[in-house]
Design a protein around this ligand. Structure first.
Ligand code: NAP
Ligand code: MG
Length: 475
């Protein structure tokens, strides 16, 4: 082991302002709600005050979006829309460092991830969808698929900018206008995206970005003049929204929680699998809906794999999100930290064997050391519930059939992983797995060209790829 000297990215790059305002009808405005204070989870300091929406602001945003849809955006030729979307993509690239540092400050994720994953993938979503805007007639939905109108979108805190891009880009490419609400704990990069949208000269009202807590989200999704709702967040809130929209004829897609199985067969290259397992559960502190949170290992290689895993996880550096050497950053909020602690205690109480990395943790901020539970049985809460933190539950199996049965024994079905040398086994298992995405000999790969979405309580509808366009078109 060796020590790493601190390598902090400068926080000045974030251009942090003391106050942020919402973006309605092309203007930055104060909302009628109480301003919220957004916190740096790495240090617990307040970063900025953000103005939030009242009901009248939500109405204003929806009206602006309706006007923009009817007068400008809904009737603009796709080739013209594409120019704006390409411009947004390029401006994200130009302001990439600023966005990355701001994201790490507001969310707590390591700078190497916001810099190398979140921001470039956000830009990639705009580039990819810009390319579709003038080709929708060739997407397989008839010669002239029409937009739906005004789209209401609500997103979570785990990938704040990326989720905003993931939602806004396809809506714009297909000719819809947007009212979006980022999560209460991570509003800042979405509001800088609003600056970028203004810089790109997008017509006023085409994208409106509100801030606030769940009540603002509820006001957006239940607004009678919203034609389609796209939600990413917890299964619990997804169910509430589905009930609210039932019978209204308004369209809905839900991207919800997950409890993905990552299956390692005895013929897998174990060192490579260890890297994939680590990426699967410790990427973004495990705040990933498609995280590989249930490791299923074939019994004959379980001891060897677990030993390698402990050695590798011991080397993960936990700490300052702005340090370029940090592997695992801060838990996004005290509330989430408490939830992780509670579930880990249930694992102890139900008799699983806990191993926690001995890595040092900072004194201030919300941190949780990487943890691996072995001897986990399927009935335990840590095998069933989404922990949404850096905690892995390890179960074993003897036969491929048992592996698939255990993998599918969950109310969720968002993603899965398979590690094996045999191509035939990959195809066999992938066919039997009830999961929207199945990764083979890799994990947590994201690409705007590939559809993403769930089965069962992980939601419905797909985002990304040609399939993802369908959710925003009247087909
Ligand atoms: P959450 O509570 O469901 O929050 C998600 C968003 O919904 C936030 O903006 C939230 O506002 C808002 N909201 C809360 N109550 C609402 C309501 N009644 N109506 C409308 N909007 C409402 O989820 P979370 O716990 O913050 O986020 C983590 C969850 O998201 C995890 O379960 C994870 O699996 C899931 N997730 C899924 C995907 C996917 O693609 N499937 C991706 C990322 C995350 P506040 O910020 O004020 O709470
Ligand atoms: Mg929340």
């Amino acid at each position: 082991m060796w020590e790493y000297a601190p390598a902090p990215e400068s926080r000045d790059i974030a251009n942090l302002k003391p106050n942020y305002r919402m973006f309605i009808d092309g203007q930055f405005v104060e909302g009628a709600g109480d301003p919220l204070k957004t916190v740096n989870p790495g240090t617990e300091e307040v970063l900025a005050e953000v103005s939030t929406a009242g009901q009248a602001d939500v109405d204003k945003a929806v009206k602006a979006a309706r006007r923009a849809y009817e007068r400008v955006w809904g009737r603009m030729p796709g080739a013209e829309r594409a120019k704006y979307i390409f411009r947004i993509a390029r401006l994200i690239q130009e302001r990439a460092r600023e966005l990355a540092v701001l994201e790490s400050l507001d969310n707590g994720k390591p700078i190497k991830e916001s810099r190398d994953v979140d921001v470039p993938t956000a830009a990639a979503h705009f580039f990819y969808h810009a390319g579709w805007a003038d080709k929708l007639g060739y997407a397989g939905y008839g010669p002239d698929p029409r937009p739906l109108g005004v789209v209401g979108q609500v997103i979570p805190w785990n990938f704040p900018l990326l989720m905003a891009a993931w939602k806004i880009a396809p809506a714009l490419a297909t000719g819809n206008t947007v009212v979006i609400k980022p999560a209460e704990t991570t509003p800042l990069t979405a509001l800088v995206l609003a600056e970028i949208i203004q810089q790109a000269d997008l017509p006023p009202g085409v994208v409106n970005i509100l801030a606030g807590a769940g009540d603002v989200g509820a006001a957006v999704v239940s607004h009678p003049d919203v034609d389609k709702v796209a939600f990413t967040g917890s299964t619990e809130v997804g169910k509430i929204i589905q009930r609210q929209l039932a019978g209204t004829g308004r369209r809905l897609t839900l991207e919800l929680g997950g409890k993905a199985a990552n299956i390692v067969f005895d013929d897998a290259p174990l060192d490579q699998a260890v890297e994939g397992i680590v990426n699967g559960i410790f990427f973004n502190q495990g705040h990933v809906c498609c995280a590989g949170s249930r490791l299923l290992v074939q019994e004959s290689v379980a001891d060897e794999l677990l030993e390698k895993l402990h050695v590798r996880v011991s080397t993960l550096r936990v700490g300052d999100p702005l340090d370029k050497n940090t592997d695992v950053g801060a838990i996004n909020s005290r509330e989430q930290l408490t939830k992780i602690q509670e579930l880990v205690e249930s694992g102890d109480a139900e008799g699983a064997e806990r191993w926690t990395s001995a890595c040092p943790l900072p004194d201030k901020g919300f941190y949780f050391a990487p943890t691996v539970f072995s001897n986990v049985s399927q009935a335990m809460r840590i095998a069933r519930e989404e922990i949404f933190g850096p905690v892995l539950s390890v179960l074993t199996f003897r036969t491929p059939d048992e592996a698939v049965a255990k993998a599918n024994n969950t109310p969720y079905g968002l993603s899965a992983g398979i590690w094996t040398e045999k191509g035939s086994r990959i195809l066999w298992a992938a066919q039997k797995m009830r999961a929207g995405v199945v990764w083979a000999n890799t994990f947590n790969r994201f690409d705007p060209t590939a559809p993403f979405g769930g089965y069962q309580e992980s939601g419905f509808g797909r985002e990304g790829g040609r399939t993802g366009l369908e959710a925003y078109l009247d087909v």
